[in-house]
Design a protein around this ligand. Structure first.
Ligand code: NAP
Length: 546
């Protein structure tokens, strides 16, 4: 079992009361250890009395760390004084459970080693009250070239009870090396990757037997880059449920830090009792930069211990996923071939790969449900699709295959023409050629459409035009038409109503939001990975959507 350690920086004696309160709240929230980062406090004249108070009043067993600037901390004072403080703390009646000393400081001189050894094995104390030594090594720039040598040096030091190695991940692949270090450890170990690529190492520590993971009680109070909050660790990522058998899933894209997919899928796993953990998996690049995607996703799939079993794949990697699965000889859903992009990776227990596109089926299902019709009623419907990007392709593929007449409108005319050409006249599942044409922008207001579907990013929070609607004012909207906006995160909030939806609803049109489609595409992924029916209401609630 891995523990959650809340890390709290204390800069001076005047902060002790507040720090104890924060620690107590963190312990109530699930932290089992408190790391007192006394870098600032350690520089004060009466540091020993103040630090002793912290240890005495700590609401859970504690680690005391006074990190110098040369190892990424804030302590700028004298090294002898720093070690004397730890020694003094360990000689007191209330001793910390652990002290953390940097490998580099420990190796620097015989005198320093003796001081530390004396501190943690104080002759005046009974052995069961000994403080244990965490020897640590950090690299904030990237993976240290001598990573393995550092780990060996710490492991081989007899006084070292716990090995701690932390470095800034340059890509998701660094986490895999941290997992290997943990799996091959000869002593209790903390192996963590810092920064935006390192979250996986922090969340999955229990899967690989890490002694602990550090977390913060507040997102602005992190003591190292990339620390999650205790609330996210336990609530969003289900830290307490993660074990060696846990299967790993994630959303692969760039950027993905604000993705709602971890909230949806982890809530679903909890509801059906699936032994899985779903994480954001940032992979930089673009549709034309395949190599990084291939190397990262390949390494995760091939890793013998990770047990990656599936991923949602989003911008900019949907085409990359198709290419990857094709190159690896995996199964490609025929719809994916038609669309030219996939959003779902499935990895079988023996490593067989499959890719799907759940956007398309989800969009069709949302439309049919919103219009209260079945697919036999789609032929004869005239549908205006605005946009010609990835989502537009998925929507056009699904609707044209069921016999709807689709007219594509897009800012960049050539892209619309390419999209129409790719699907028009294709033989459809209803046994007739597909009808997909390009529309001239003034024909949007012709009054001849049953449905308008926005597949542009207009109206999306953080997008090019968050306050605008993609439909011109002269388009007639009334209770005979349906307006479907695929944008699911408008106006800064998932579940909020986009300007298009607000306008259409105000004019009496039937409306379908992107949230409905988003939940359906996630539910289809969920069912494919878990083999269980998706708990739709739980998925919906996880987005805080009314
Ligand atoms: P994409 O491939 O980048 O395509 C973006 C489309 O938006 C293109 O047609 C682009 O036109 C158009 N566009 C962008 N800015 C515009 C502007 N200022 N004025 C006019 N047109 C503009 O993106 P995508 O993957 O298709 O995603 C599009 C939207 O789908 C996103 O906003 C996202 O919210 C939504 N989405 C929803 C779901 C869901 O489950 N509900 C899933 C995925 C995506 P050009 O061709 O002229 O550049």
């Amino acid at each position: 079992m891995s523990l959650i350690a809340v890390s709290i920086a204390v800069h001076g004696a005047d902060e002790i009361g507040g720090a104890i309160e924060r620690a107590a709240a963190a312990v109530r929230g699930g932290a089992k250890l408190v790391e007192w980062r006394i870098d600032g406090l350690a520089e004060e004249d009466d540091a020993l009395a103040a630090a002793s108070q912290l240890v005495r009043r700590s609401p859970a067993p504690c680690i005391v760390t006074s990190r110098p600037v040369w190892e990424g901390g804030e302590y700028t004072g004298d090294e002898q004084k720093r070690m004397s403080l730890l020694e003094g703390l360990c000689a007191g009646d209330d001793r910390p459970r652990y002290v953390d000393v940097e490998l580099a400081a420990y190796q620097r001189s015989m005198n320093m080693r003796q001081k530390v050894q004396l501190a943690v094995k104080h002759p005046a104390q009974p052995r069961d009250l000994d403080t244990s030594l965490i020897l640590s090594s950090h690299d904030f720039q990237g993976r240290p070239a001598d990573l393995i040598r550092r780990v060996e040096a710490m492991t081989n030091e007899p006084a070292c009870a716990v090995v701690k190695i932390a470095w800034t991940a340059r890509s998701l692949r660094d986490n895999l090396e941290a997992f290997d270090l943990l799996a091959e450890r000869r002593k209790p170990m903390i192996a963590l990757c810092m920064g935006p690529f390192g979250l996986m190492s922090r969340v999955l520590a229990p899967k690989f037997g890490g002694l602990l993971t550090f977390a913060t009680d507040h997102p602005t109070e992190v003591t190292a880059p990339g620390q999650p909050t205790i609330e996210d660790l336990r609530g969003l990522y289900r830290f307490d449920r993660i074990s060696p058998s846990t299967r790993v899933y994630g959303v692969i894209g760039w950027p993905v830090e604000h993705s709602k997919s971890p909230a949806i899928h982890n809530a679903g796993f909890e509801a059906v009792g699936h032994d899985g953990a779903y994480l954001p998996m940032p992979v930089p690049g673009g549709p034309t930069e395949y190599e990084h995607f291939k190397a990262t996703v390949g390494a995760m799939i091939d890793h013998p211990r990770l047990n990656l079993r599936g991923a949602s794949v989003t911008i900019p990697h949907k085409e990359n996923l198709l290419r990857f699965v094709r190159e690896r000889g995996g199964r490609i859903d025929p719809l994916v071939e038609r669309i030219g992009a996939a959003n779902t990776l499935v990895v079988g227990s023996a490593g067989a790969l499959e890719c799907l596109n759940t956007d398309s089926a989800a969009a069709v299902a949302s439309l049919l449900h919103g219009m209260s019709i079945d697919n036999k009623q789609l032929p004869g419907k005239r549908i205006a699709v605005i946009g010609a990007g990835g989502v537009a392709r998925a929507v056009v593929a699904g609707l044209s295959d069921l016999g709807a007449t689709v007219v594509v409108f897009n800012r960049t005319a050539e892209r619309a023409e390419r999209l129409a050409a790719d699907f028009n006249q294709r033989w459809t599942s209803i046994g007739a050629p597909a009808k997909v044409v390009v529309g001239k922008s003034d024909s949007l207001a012709c009054g001849c459409f049953d449905v308008f579907i926005n597949c542009t990013s207009i109206g999306m929070a953080g997008g090019p035009a968050p306050d605008e609607s993609p439909l011109p004012d002269d388009v007639p909207l009334d209770d005979r038409v349906t307006v479907f906006d695929t944008v699911y995160a408008p106006a800064g909030r998932v579940g909020g109503r986009s300007p298009l939806i607000q306008e259409a609803a105000a004019r009496g049109a039937k409306v379908i939001t992107g949230v409905d489609m988003f939940i359906r595409q996630a539910a289809m992924q969920f069912e494919k990975w878990t083999g269980k029916p998706a708990p739709m209401e739980i998925l919906r609630q996880s987005l805080n959507v009314q």
